[in-house]
Ligand binder design. Structure first.
Ligand code: G3I
Length: 371
């Protein structure tokens, strides 16, 4: 213990500008504090995958032991034309995770959004079947044994729990769901396969998700986990609904992961929840109340909200495989541009200057109390 305290300043100096896992092993961090509980992940932008900023790079390596690509694995980037894949950045992403001994999560194989233009034109079941077969088999086989888990299907549900009328449902009917999981399992029998969605704590959508997992399993699909994205706000969903969901999903015999966690602190007059990326709204100054800095009162609320959530996660750590934040720091968050472009949001644990916020301390303190 003495050695650790004595060496901490030296260690932090050594960490700056480097991404050496050994040097970060002794330092105080999310990944070290939670190492016996669940993986602590982050989503990486293309620049972060390319290690363009040494300070961001060292923060990623110091704090997180799991990674997801925020965008570059989506079909429009990785499969831009029918007969052309582009693995330049996905290769770098996987190499980054391997170099730093991180858990590597693939996001995402079958999603109605961010499709390449050629895919949007597919209208019949034969062509769509061929697309799914080729897309899933090619990508999952390529990273067989190197990627640890996949979001096989993303956001297949409407908020009322019914199936979204996506291009996949429209051309193939609901059998596309089980087929996607079967194809992924065939390409890499050992990789963990997840269904991923937002608003999964709402009772109606929860019921829909439970039915969906049951149906996929009944049809012979292998589902290892359910990913709740966790795009939440300061008041909702309630801790009660989050807990009910963890229990309900775990009762299906699958792992529960929180895959895209962030907490918006900005006003939302349309009572918008979740993450339907097609919704866009006009902005006005009232909708961007903290353009320079977040007031202490809200900073404290955010810290308390994160503490409450992580306390619940710890209570159910036996059921939770991974908690991944949707971004490394506030400056990177998609919530600065959604649902209104150009706002300043504060949803993560590190600020735009890469400094830990009160919310970081509150998450860390949950572990310090016990040790
Ligand atoms: O790459 C272009 C860049 O060239 C251009 O200058 C810039 C101008 O706005 O746009 C850039 O593309 C943006 C891209 O993110 C990369 O930053 C797109 O406009 C923007 O729409 C896209 O948003 C992403 C969104 O998915 C799109 O669906 C967000 O970064 C990403 O965080 C978000 O992630 C989704 C998950 O995959 C699924 N769950 C919901 C979650 C939040 O929407």
């Amino acid at each position: 213990m003495k050695f650790i305290n004595h060496c901490l300043p030296l260690l932090s100096l050594m960490i700056l500008g480097s991404c050496n896992v050994k040097k970060t092993e002794l330092s105080s961090s999310l990944k070290n504090s939670y190492k016996n509980d669940f993986y602590i992940g982050t989503a990486l932008s293309a620049d972060q995958i390319e290690e363009k900023d040494a300070k961001v790079d060292s923060l990623i390596c110091r704090q997180f032991n799991a990674i997801t690509a925020e965008n570059i694995m989506k079909s429009m980037f990785v499969h831009p034309q029918k007969d052309k894949y582009d693995f330049a950045l996905t290769d770098k992403f996987v190499a980054f995770g391997e170099k730093n001994k991180m858990f590597i999560h693939g996001h995402t194989l079958i999603w109605h959004s961010q499709l390449a233009p050629w895919m949007e034109k597919i209208k019949d079941s034969t062509e769509m079947k061929a697309f799914m077969n080729d897309h899933i088999t090619t990508i999952v086989s390529k990273y067989k044994g190197r990627i640890n888990s996949w979001d096989v299907v993303n956001e297949a549900l409407n908020d009322d729990g019914t199936l979204r009328k996506s291009v996949f449902l429209n051309t193939l009917g609901e059998s596309y769901l089980a087929d996607a999981f079967k194809l992924a399992a065939k390409a890499d029998p050992k990789v963990d396969l997840y269904y991923n969605d937002y608003n999964l704590e709402d009772p109606a959508k929860r019921e829909g998700a439970i039915n969906l997992i049951k149906k996929i399993k009944a049809a012979g699909g292998k589902v290892d986990g359910i990913g709740s994205q966790g795009h939440w706000n300061l008041n909702s969903p309630s801790l009660e609904e989050i807990e009910k969901s963890i229990l309900a999903y775990s009762a299906l015999g699958v792992k529960v992961a929180f895959t895209e966690l962030d907490i918006t602190v900005l006003p939302n007059p349309w009572d918008l929840k979740g993450a339907d990326v097609n919704q866009k709204f006009e902005g006005n100054p009232k909708m961007n109340p903290y353009p320079e800095t977040l007031p202490d009162s809200i900073q404290n609320k955010l810290a308390q909200r994160y503490a409450d959530i992580f306390k619940l996660f710890l209570k159910h750590k036996d059921k939770i495989s991974r908690v991944t934040f949707w971004g490394v720091h506030d400056g990177q968050s998609w919530l600065n541009d959604w649902p209104i472009k150009g706002r300043t949001n504060y949803p993560l644990l590190f600020d735009t200057k890469l400094q830990p916020k009160k919310a970081y301390n509150s998450v860390m303190q949950l572990k310090e109390v016990k040790e």
